[in-house]
Design a protein around this ligand. Structure first.
Ligand code: C5P
Length: 313
């Protein structure tokens, strides 16, 4: 008798930016206490999870050449973490094939690797017909990385702890963003380390409270949000990549309301008045020659979701 092979499942998963990122002191476990507001953006990856005789990981698209395809890829670690969580036999692990189609820049501060891990959890739960809610998946997600739970939920959320403890934040209307990708990625631990160094050598300015940012998001007014965009990691990212200062200036010169380094960088995110302005800003910024590629995006958008395949348990 032939075994029934379930059809592949494809999951779309958003990138994120931090519209507010306040970094506290380093903890004993090496992480920093955060207060951050994430927004999920339409710039996304697509992840297909399939049962196949030949296991493996294939990567296509943005930055594909530098994505590791071995066991240390976060998507593979997601397969192992979920299998362990539900007690799936090792034989099933040996039959998983993953295809990543990348739109999110690699090591760009937009949580692309975390997005792929979140998408793999959602895809595999559908492929294996597991009856798991988002909250249970989020527990597994948090063991994989600080930004993985947010990629599951999407929307706009306040993150505390390492960034993995989330509560939704009301964000009215749609915000329009332009994203500038840098030539090369930046290592997240290196950027946190640089912030520790800058803080031990002096007292770089810190972002204020997140409360006015929450109000600005609720108002839906980009003019209110723009002056409040702030990221404690920006000084560290700029210290490691001084050319980002020029990129940030060029985005505002091109007509954006304000710009901020996304997460640990080096991607810069520019908030624009509306969709038409975002298109104009992106064309001008592309012509300014300060970055590798420019993209437009909007947010908030939903978290990882099945776009092709059966997601009923
Ligand atoms: O959790 P994740 O694997 O994404 O974190 C990558 C690195 O970023 C950590 O090893 C740590 O150096 C740094 N980090 C941090 N504090 C956080 C989140 C990340 O220091 N809250």
């Amino acid at each position: 008798m032939l075994a029934v092979v379930p059809p592949p499942v494809t999951v779309k998963v958003p990138s994120k930016i931090n519209v507010h990122l306040s970094v506290g002191e380093a903890r004993k476990d090496g992480y920093h206490e955060l207060t951050t507001i994430f927004q999920a953006l339409s710039l996304s990856d697509e992840v297909t999870v399939a049962a196949a005789e030949e296991p493996g990981l294939e990567v296509h698209g943005e930055g594909a050449k530098v994505v590791p395809t071995g066991e240390n890829n976060l998507a593979w670690r997601a397969v192992h973490a979920l299998a362990e969580h539900v007690g799936r036999p090792a034989a099933d692990l040996a039959k998983v094939r993953i295809v990543l189609r990348k739109g999110i820049p690699v090591a760009g501060g937009m949580a692309g690797g975390s997005a792929d891990a979140a998408a793999t959890l959602v895809g595999l739960a559908a492929l294996w017909k597991l009856d798991l809610g988002r909250d249970e998946l989020a527990h597994v997600a948090a063991t994989l990385g600080s930004d993985v739970p947010f990629a599951l939920y999407g929307g706009t959320a306040l993150g505390t702890g390492r960034g993995e403890e989330l509560v939704p934040v009301l964000s009215r209307h749609v915000f329009h963003w332009v994203l500038a990708f840098d030539q090369r990625g930046l290592s997240t631990p290196r950027v946190y380390g640089e912030l520790d160094r800058l803080r031990s050598a002096g007292d770089p300015p810190r972002v204020g409270s997140h409360a006015p940012v929450v109000e600005a998001l609720a108002s839906g007014d980009p003019h209110r949000l723009a002056p409040l965009l702030g990221n404690d990691l920006q000084a560290a990212a700029v210290s490691l990549r001084p050319n980002l200062r020029r990129t940030l200036r060029a985005g505002v010169d091109a007509g954006a309301l304000a710009g901020v380094v996304s997460g640990s960088g080096p991607t810069c995110a520019f908030l624009c008045e509306d969709a038409d302005t975002a298109l104009r800003v992106s064309a001008r910024l592309a012509g300014a020659g300060v970055c590798r590629t420019v993209r437009v995006a909007h947010g908030p958008v939903p978290g990882a979701r099945v776009v092709d395949g059966d997601d009923s348990p």
